[in-house]
Design a protein around this ligand. Structure first.
Ligand code: PGA
Length: 232
């Protein structure tokens, strides 16, 4: 298999831990592992030859925005950026409108967006999954490669995984809609409670092009084991 594995390290690892992470990973030199560390560790991962993504950035290129980092500043260091993660949407009030501006800035700066979408438990229970997903993918201005990560919010960090049919139905829907709306073929990753035990079964679903992994990617050796189990 040739599945993309994205490690979303969130707000984890200190400097020495990040050095160790990059040092171990570079020895394997695997294709298709994208590491998304905190901004302060992007440069060191990049120097280690790791394929790097950012976890978020500000949509304007430069200016008086204390504390922010822009796609323009990141573009020589990262190939990808996670956009619209549910933690950004819920904890930092990111709307679909802001997310659209960020995607546009990614394209402008030649960074591939990994757009996270997915429904909450309540929306799932009310059978609103497709409606919510549609809302999150419509009216995008696509002018380059984009990757989608389907991450049901109730699945992130909870150990709850939709059944196989649930993942496949939504992935197939997303691919179909991107073809219909934008006339492009896209890769769709699954994210939410992926671990060493379930990674293989999830990747056996044909519409799953890879995984976006949070908690189980913080230990680099665990990430490598997941990669091996899925791809080797
Ligand atoms: P998790 O997080 O793997 O810890 O559930 C996934 C994510 O937030 O992208």
């Amino acid at each position: 298999m040739n599945k993309i594995i994205v490690a979303n390290l969130k707000m984890n690892l200190n400097y020495n831990e990040a050095l160790n992470y990059g040092d171990i990973l570079r020895k394997y030199n695997y294709d298709n592992i994208i590491v998304c560390p905190s901004n302060i560790h992007i440069d060191l991962m990049h120097k280690y030859g790791v394929v790097v993504g950012a976890q978020d950035a500000y949509y304007l290129n430069k200016g008086a925005y204390t504390g922010e980092v822009s796609f323009y500043q990141l573009k020589d260091l990262v190939k990808y950026c996670i956009i619209g993660h549910s933690e950004r949407r819920t904890l930092f009030n990111e709307s679909n409108e802001i997310i659209k501006d960020k995607i546009a800035s990614c394209f402008f700066n030649k960074i591939i967006p990994i757009l996270c979408i997915g429904e909450t438990k309540e929306e799932y229970d009310n059978k609103k999954t497709f409606e919510i997903v549609e809302e999150q993918i419509k009216d995008l201005n696509i002018s380059g490669e984009i990757i989608i990560a389907y991450e049901p919010v109730y699945s992130i960090g909870t150990g709850i995984i939709p059944n196989d049919g649930g993942i496949d139905n939504v992935h197939t829907y997303i691919k179909k809609r991107f073809k219909e709306i934008y006339n492009i073929d896209i890769k769709v990753l699954y994210g939410g409670s992926v671990n060493l035990d379930n990674c293989k079964d999830i990747c056996n679903i044909e519409s799953v092009d890879g995984l976006l992994i949070g908690g189980a990617s913080i230990d680099v050796n665990n990430l490598i084991e997941i990669y091996k189990k899925v791809n080797l």
